[in-house]
Design a protein. Structure first.
Length: 258
């Protein structure tokens, strides 16, 4: 039975509820390899960050994959867990694959890693993750880390309108351009090799506060959208050709950072 999405583990420091799916069966690796943005073979060396896209290249869900014996665990934000489970089952067809929800919980932290923990595959600053019977974290201010490192979060900076290269997936080890075909690969490859990105997630200086999702303007023209704030810095999705002094979001004033 699919577990209902929950925000019970979401905190002021940016922790988020997670859901862990399990993929089993003789075709499990080939099945995922043909769907997701990263090389599934990488799980033999540790967790792998990846995503499932629409054929148009837009994000369905981002997640972390890791090996559990012959099975593959998928650690996904709980807000997207049911959608991901449904979409994977839609693609299953006649493959020897079973996809199920689990009761596995996720703990994470940035201090000394407990026994059995694994390193977050995106950037070292995100610390460790431990899979078992307990959830939670060690009190780390995750929003501060995400803003400093420009790391998007599922359901906040990442949505169903996201093109992954505009939110740093290549830098975060979330896409492999050598692995071959996957859903949305053509659009993603074209953005990588044939175009210059005109929009993207970036870090800005901020004076004042405004809710995530507040539109950003400059000289009366739309520039982008404000997201997570931490201290005097914030993440924003911006049009690069309109970045400059004088940007505002609600009552907050923004300035570009190098």
């Amino acid at each position: 039975m699919t577990r209902q999405n929950s925000d019970e583990h979401t905190s002021e420091t940016g922790s988020e509820a997670r859901q862990v799916l399990r993929v089993t069966g003789g075709d499990a690796r080939d099945f995922l390899q043909n769907l997701v943005t990263n090389d599934v073979a990488g799980i033999d060396n540790g967790p792998v960050y990846s995503a499932l896209l629409t054929p148009q290249g837009k994000l369905i869900a981002d997640f972390i994959m890791l090996a559990e014996g012959d099975a593959i665990l998928i650690d996904v934000a709980a807000v997207w867990g049911a959608t991901l489970l449904q979409r994977l089952n839609m693609y299953r067809l006649r493959a020897d694959v079973q996809i199920s929800d689990t009761e596995i919980q996720v703990r994470r932290g940035t201090g000394v890693a407990p026994e059995g923990a694994v390193i977050d595959p995106r950037v070292p600053a995100l610390g460790w993750r431990l899979y078992g019977a307990e959830s939670g974290d060690d009190g780390t201010d995750w929003d501060a880390i995400r803003v400093a490192q420009v790391i998007p979060q599922s359901g906040v900076e990442l949505s169903g309108e996201t093109f992954i290269l505009e939110t740093g997936f290549e830098r975060l080890n979330g896409v492999d351009f050598r692995k071959g075909c996957y859903v949305g690969q053509e659009v993603t490859a074209r953005m990588k090799h044939k175009t210059e990105l005109r929009k993207g997630l970036t870090k800005v200086q901020i004076l004042g506060r405004a809710p995530p999702g507040t539109p950003i303007t400059r000289d009366g023209k739309p520039v982008g959208t404000l997201f997570t704030q931490s201290g005097e810095e914030a993440l924003a999705y911006l049009r690069f050709d309109r970045i400059g002094e004088g940007m505002i979001a609600g009552e907050a004033r923004l300035a570009p950072l190098d």
